[in-house]
Design a protein around this ligand. Structure first.
Ligand SMILES: Cc1ncc(COP(=O)(O)O)c(C=O)c1O
Length: 375
């Protein structure tokens, strides 16, 4: 029986080993572990890659969200709209700065924020004379949201946009890369992400020089011209030089990896579309395929069948944010039925660039078998 890995970082490491060891040796010999030259090099490489004007690296995807909110002066009494069906860090960052999240439902096929539900939530908050400040869409599973729609909604209500692109780095919407689709985009370099480092890491992309300069200050305690001139209440949230060196090595093969993820996703979608509810990718979009997620009302049975065949499967996410005990007090919008339904039905199958053709066939074959068994 094949033994399939959900993610194969060991194979990836073998592919980049020479480059990686060279980069790491350089960091060790230079010993500039905080804000060393690799950090600047990574920031300019990622700005060039995304065509965003600026990239500001930081300590995690969560901190990238918090720093962005702080940079926009969002805090106590301010409302930020975000999807309920997401990873907890999205809502957590809003609460951390003292603002209030208003959860919005998602689309059943793209898993991204539902624009109609968002408009309803905005109108409701306006009626209640609440101070609405920003939209925080999430590019779930790697698919960029429709930023034409989001930017237009934001403009008409005078809202900021902070795109949570933790899962979508490498994704494309209408010829533009994630990072260059809206006012501010954040991403995560958590090891399991499409572009991951060997620990925690993140980055923020923006077109605004003012925001870039404020973010550089905020990630280093809010420092001003001198290290001990404190202009803002900031954080200790820099990216380690070692992590930047790892990311520079992985960037060398990143385009190939995104292509491979897309090749495998296409095979999955063709083969599974008659048995499962597969993800919908709009015509002009490229997903970074952080996850390949399908839906089944017999999820538990299908998952246990697959596990018996040594095929690892995961649930992202078993509980939407509006049902989390910690966030239960924030229920201004109660129309969140899709988020609840998806949490009961979704599961993700392996999709990494190092899957062999044989493994992909084996996964498909067993999914079809499971579907026939538990119909
Ligand atoms: C949608 C989303 N937002 C934010 C984060 C937080 O990123 P990090 O783990 O780097 O803090 C994640 C990480 O899983 C995520 O998936």
């Amino acid at each position: 029986m094949l033994q399939i890995k959900f993610l194969d970082l060991a194979k990836q490491q073998k592919t980049i080993e020479k480059h990686l060891r060279f980069n790491l040796d350089k960091v060790l010999s230079e010993s500039k572990f905080i804000m060393g030259p690799e950090v600047k090099k990574l920031e300019s490489s990622l700005a060039e890659y995304t065509k965003a004007s600026y990239c500001i690296s930081c300590s995690s995807g969560t901190d990238a969200l918090t720093l962005s909110l702080l940079a926009l002066d969002i805090g106590i009494g301010d409302i930020v709209f975000c999807p309920s069906f997401t990873f907890p860090a999205t809502a957590e960052s809003i609460l951390m700065v003292g603002a209030t999240p208003v959860f919005v439902d998602v689309g059943k096929n793209t898993y991204n924020i539902c624009y109609k539900n968002l408009l309803n939530a905005i109108e409701k908050c306006k009626k209640e004379k609440l101070r609405i400040k920003a939209i925080m869409p999430v590019d779930l599973y790697g698919l960029p949201a429709n930023y034409n729609k989001i930017n237009a909604i934001a403009k008409s209500f005078n809202l900021h946009v902070i795109a949570d692109g933790a899962q979508s780095f490498g994704g494309i919407f209408r010829k533009n890369k994630v990072g260059n689709l809206t006012e501010i985009t954040t991403t995560s370099f958590f090891p399991a992400k499409p572009l991951g480092c060997y620990g925690d890491g993140g980055a923020i992309f923006t077109r605004s020089l003012d925001i870039k300069e404020k973010l550089e200050s905020l990630r280093a305690h809010g420092k001003g011209k001198g290290k001990y001139d404190i202009n803002y209440m900031g954080m200790n949230a820099r990216l380690d030089t070692i992590q930047a060196a790892v990311l520079l090595s992985k960037l060398e093969i990143f385009d190939w990896e995104i292509k491979e993820r897309n090749r495998i996703a296409k095979i999955y979608s063709n083969e599974l579309k008659s048995s499962f509810h597969i993800p919908e990718i709009p015509k002009d979009s490229v997903s970074a395929w952080a996850q390949y997620t399908i839906q089944s009302s017999k999820r538990d049975k299908v998952m246990s069948f697959l596990k018996d065949k040594n095929i690892p499967v995961m649930i992202y996410y078993p509980k939407p944010m509006h049902q989390q005990p910690a966030y239960k007090g924030f229920l201004l919008n109660k129309d969140l039925s899709k988020s609840s339904e998806l949490s009961n039905n979704v599961f993700s199958i392996p999709i990494h660039p190092y899957l062999t053709d044989l493994e992909v066939e084996y996964i498909i074959e067993n999914l079809k078998k499971a579907n026939n068994l538990f119909l």
